[in-house]
Design a protein around this ligand. Structure first.
Ligand code: PBG
Length: 327
């Protein structure tokens, strides 16, 4: 008699307890970082139309928002500021009483255990919307570094726990590392946006942060989405220059890159589940076309399975509620 030979994979899938036992990847609230858009003025909770559920929040309402974040068990926030006035050199980014600096002080005084991660960039503060200083239509690299160092140091002085430079100027990691060390902040970790692509998935963020470039695009400093080896070069130079952690951004369309960077560099890797990824899911969910909770959890699992240690996501509050209800 001719016996069929095959493997019974289904043995380990036959009930949910067994499936739970053999599951390889989990999403924990500890994995998530929640981005916040803090704005000038008072009594403002300005919904971002392209990002349902996300608001620009004025400093006086920040405590209320932090109460919510804290009660959900979220342990880290990433701060973006929208200043009242923008100028050519983005001076609001490194003002001692800038939006992010003030927001940091408020959060650290109310919730010292919540980690404040400061996004270090100029694009929300420049009138042209680019991430560095502009001359004759060019974004100048070395001239921008001084301003980025000033920004990081003032964020550190305000009490930020982690500095996350997102500007994609060459040398930003070493410049900021030296600047922080010289200012007495050698203990502050750098979470570098080392691998940041020039992505159309940032569209809704630019509405939220009011940082759309007023001319041209960011392709001379952010990476070409078609390139994979370049990601390793970017990651390598950032590690050599002092990055303690590496961000890959966006998340969902770049899972191969997360895996590559995970395999090459034995430090924490962060996936940034960006605004466009968020808005697409929210729009489809509002139409009743998808099951939002299941889709979001599958997306985030995909990023962790690809190798992310943690995830920056606008879904953090939703996930916290789902995880709590699932218990
Ligand atoms: C600032 C910055 C951007 C994002 C994070 N930091 C925008 C950009 O580079 O244009 C995008 C985040 C998102 O889309 O959620 N440079």
């Amino acid at each position: 008699m001719n016996e069929l030979q095959f493997t019974r994979h289904r043995r380990l899938r036959q009930n949910s307890t067994l499936r739970d036992l053999v599951r390889e990847t989990h999403i924990l609230i500890d994995d998530l970082i929640y981005p916040l858009f803090v704005t000038f003025g008072t009594n403002k909770r300005q919904p971002v139309p392209s990002m349902p559920g996300i608001d620009q929040i004025s400093l006086d309402l920040l405590k209320e928002e932090m109460d919510d974040i804290n009660s959900l068990g979220i342990k880290a926030v990433l701060l973006f500021g929208i200043p009242e006035k923008k100028d050519s050199c983005g001076s609001g980014a490194y003002h001692d009483h800038g939006i992010v600096q003030e927001a940091t002080r408020i959060i650290k005084s109310e919730y010292p255990h919540i980690l404040v991660i400061a996004d270090t960039c100029l694009c929300e503060y420049t009138d042209h919307g680019h991430c560095g200083v502009v001359d004759n239509g060019d974004v100048l690299n070395d001239e921008s570094l001084d301003l980025l160092v000033k920004t990081a140091v003032s964020q550190a002085q305000a009490g930020a726990d982690i500095i996350a430079p997102s500007n994609m100027m060459d040398g930003f990691t070493t410049a900021i590392r030296h600047g922080l060390d010289d200012a007495g902040f050698s203990h502050l970790p750098l979470m570098s946006y080392a691998v940041k692509y020039a992505s159309s998935f940032y569209g809704p963020f630019r509405d939220a942060a009011e940082s759309t470039p007023q001319f041209g695009d960011r392709k001379t400093y952010q990476m070409d989405p078609a390139n994979r080896l370049e990601a390793l070069r970017e990651a390598q130079s950032d590690v050599e220059e002092g990055a303690d952690m590496l961000i890959v951004k966006p998340g969902m369309p770049y899972l191969d890159i997360i895996r590559d960077v995970r395999n090459e560099f034995p430090i924490p890797i962060i996936a940034y589940n960006v605004s466009g990824e968020y808005s697409m899911v929210k729009a489809a969910a509002q139409n009743g076309w998808i099951d939002e909770e299941k889709i979001v959890m599958e997306m985030l699992i995909g990023m962790k399975r690809a190798g992310a240690t943690m995830i920056i996501t606008y879904f953090a509050k939703d996930v916290a509620k789902w995880l709590r209800n699932g218990k």
